[in-house]
Design a binder for this molecule. Structure first.
Ligand SMILES: *Cc1c(COP(=O)(O)O)cnc(C)c1O
Length: 360
């Protein structure tokens, strides 16, 4: 069976070496030495200054909203073309997503359409923008920065796909007030479960560190908080996987490029931002029609191959969301398929996938 993704596992020996240290010092969670080390190593690897580990990419978003002062019933500009967590977190916090349609080629939020929200005479009392670097493709970060400034909006990037991505030779995480990352097992870099928040402003990190630990300061509940800490066991996995990142990237690049060469004349591929590096996290292809996509999925399934319809459906259609239609997002969502890509995917397996895709 070939899934869209296969979590990367380091050697057991390597992981056990870290476990030995946990057994030695008996520090299992709550900002232990391995978590501190992972935080340091991630800052180095990503070239960012203020990074805080949390226990998943979903809570990272929720903590970000709190930190930036977003309150119940605030309206947030966001994209309908993402993993459901992007929208869920807003609604869970009582915030109202205002969906702005995506660009048909980059799949990221359409910045011109954000501007036209403000030009129209509707209620423009927005508090923040929440774009997504879709499939690791950088958004138009400079334009977003300008809009955020002009209209006094917080700018939070759901950067769950963008691990290691660089934009004009700096980390993509250094854009916006806050970027959130996911370290879930299926992501490019992982710690089984986990995530991080990257801050522009160092003082926000200190506040965040309190919030993710029940709001405690010197064991006194100073502000409203939650539990979003991660454990030493997760940090140990993160340290192992981070050591292997050069190898992981090399393998993924090979697989990604192989698909690109064989498929670019048959399918529409995502248009990459010229200033954005590629982290080879996903390989999405666009079919001409949903009907062909569905028939192809059937055929792939018959051959034990399970790609995923990332992202389907467009989020504004969900039953718990109340929004007007985003035509382009729906159109792309209906026709997009993410192909299997992971360390260990063999060339003959890719050939099989490519052959089936081309036979439609
Ligand atoms: C994976 C993902 C998340 C959620 O991260 P978890 O660590 O699984 O909670 C949020 N947003 C996007 C775009 C994602 O792909």
């Amino acid at each position: 069976m070939i899934q869209v993704n296969k979590p990367y596992l380091p050697t057991k020996e390597k992981y056990i070496r870290y476990l030995d240290s946990i057994w030695k010092n008996n520090h299992l969670t709550n900002f232990g030495p391995l978590s501190i080390l992972l935080e340091e190593r991630l800052c180095e690897y990503l070239e960012v200054d203020n990074l805080l580990l949390v226990n998943n990419g979903t809570i990272a978003l929720q903590v970000a909203y709190k930190l930036l002062g977003l309150q119940k019933d605030d309206k947030i500009i966001t994209t309908p073309f993402s993993f459901v967590a992007t929208t869920n977190t807003l609604i869970w916090e009582g915030l109202h997503p205002q969906f702005v349609d995506i660009d048909a080629e980059s799949f990221c939020i359409n910045v011109e359409k954000i501007e036209s929200l403000f030009d129209s005479n509707q209620n423009t009392n927005f508090k923040a923008i929440l774009p997504v670097h879709v499939f690791g493709n950088a958004c138009e970060v400079e334009k977003l920065e300008l809009i955020a400034k002009k209209y006094n909006l917080a700018l939070i990037y759901d950067a769950a796909h963008a691990f290691g991505v660089r934009y004009k030779n700096t980390s993509i995480f250094s854009y916006g007030d806050i970027s959130t990352i996911s370290f879930h097992a299926t992501k490019l870099f992982h710690s089984v479960e986990g995530g991080a928040i990257v801050f522009k402003d160092n003082s926000l990190k200190n506040e965040a560190k309190k919030i993710i630990n029940f709001g405690l300061r010197k064991s006194f509940p100073e502000t409203l908080g939650i539990n979003a800490k991660n454990s030493e066991f997760h940090a140990a996995m993160g340290l192992c996987v981070l050591e292997d990142m050069p190898y992981i990237m090399e393998e993924r690049e090979k697989i990604w490029t192989y698909y690109e060469n064989k498929l670019k004349n048959y399918f529409t591929l995502q248009k990459r931002n010229l200033f954005s590096t590629n982290n080879f996290h996903y390989f999405p292809i666009l079919f001409e029609k949903e009907k062909i996509l569905l028939a192809t999925i059937d055929k792939l399934h018959q051959n034990g191959i399970y790609p995923r319809r990332y992202f389907y459906p467009s989020l504004e259609v969900l039953s718990f969301v109340n929004s007007t239609k985003c035509q382009i997002s729906q159109n792309i969502a209906n026709r997009i398929l993410c192909l299997p890509i992971y360390v260990g995917l063999r060339e003959d397996e890719q050939d099989k996938i490519i052959e089936i895709l081309k036979s439609q």
